[in-house]
Design a protein around this ligand. Sequence first.
Ligand SMILES: C[S@@+](CC[C@H](N)C(=O)[O-])C[C@H]1O[C@@H](n2cnc3c(N)ncnc32)[C@H](O)[C@@H]1O
Length: 332
Amino acid sequence: MTSEIKLLQLFDWDSPGEKARLREELAAGLLQPQASIAPKFFYDALGSRLFEAITELPEYYPTRTEAAIFDEHLPEIRRILGADFSLVDLGCGSCAKAGKLFHAGLLPARYVAVDISVDFLRDSLQNLKRELPAIDMMGLGLDFTDELRLPDELPLERRMFFYPGSSIGNFSPPEARAFLKRLAGQMDATGGLLIGVDLIKDKAVLDAAYDDALGVTAAFNRNLLRHVNARLDADFAIGDWRHVAFYNEADARIEMHLEARRGVDVSWPDDTTRRTRHFAAGERIHTENSYKYSPAGFETLLSEAGFTDIRMWTDPRAWFALFFARQGSTRT
Ligand SMILES: C[S@@+](CC[C@H](N)C(=O)[O-])C[C@H]1O[C@@H](n2cnc3c(N)ncnc32)[C@H](O)[C@@H]1O
């Protein structure tokens, strides 16, 4: 038993190569007629803390609904996962969800915590290791939209991927299918995927969950601009931007935007010069989608991605679903 964790940092916000790539990505998004910035920019250490605060808001039902499903079905989930497995937590954040499962007796042999918010990941994992020194723990700092490379030392057998919180909803359905396919390719038939998925429901409930009365989600959304300024030397004036979030029923997704309160010019550097974009008052930057699914729709997505033996648990209001599925085809 040791209080040591291993941290493999495969993504470094500040390395010159990564910075150049991120600036290109930023320019590609900001220079489109409908401007966008990728949701991964939400997550500097402050963004990670703001997300933790969101999970405590009365309007934000997903975290507590998912936790209630776990509480109710833990013995069955423990039986399905079996013993001597590795838990790979995708976008682990504070590691609180995994920690809660470990304290409830769902104990993996190895825990691999994956997140792009590397400093927050290091602190969270060190705290968890102090609480549970018997579990082998490793942190992987990477951008899993880019590539998900698991270290060779992680046995291929009994890899259980844990992807809670409906983070899968940040991908469009075709992107989600491709991502799930990549996950299926990272395990064999002894492995599986335990994934939390937010379900289609009343628009008023969804609107409130992403636009809370306290304004914490607004702060989380606007912090993305602060992060882009700090990392990539852009010059967004945060006060010029207003949080906008709504459920788009036609596309079954929450959309989050930042809307210019007045006409503003924004600039950021590239290799040789600064690039600029003018935003008219009312123009928006699209920062996040959060797709909602029907149970049958998500089951189809899992099958199309190569998963089988699909089980689903939900809450009495059918607001959220937890799925477990095994890899059903040969490894790619
Ligand atoms: C919505 S939070 C969910 C946190 C936690 N798993 C939960 O369910 O409460 C999304 C997490 O994924 C991480 N994340 C977002 N985009 C990522 C990416 N492209 N690669 C790796 N981690 C990412 C964020 O840093 C954050 O911790």
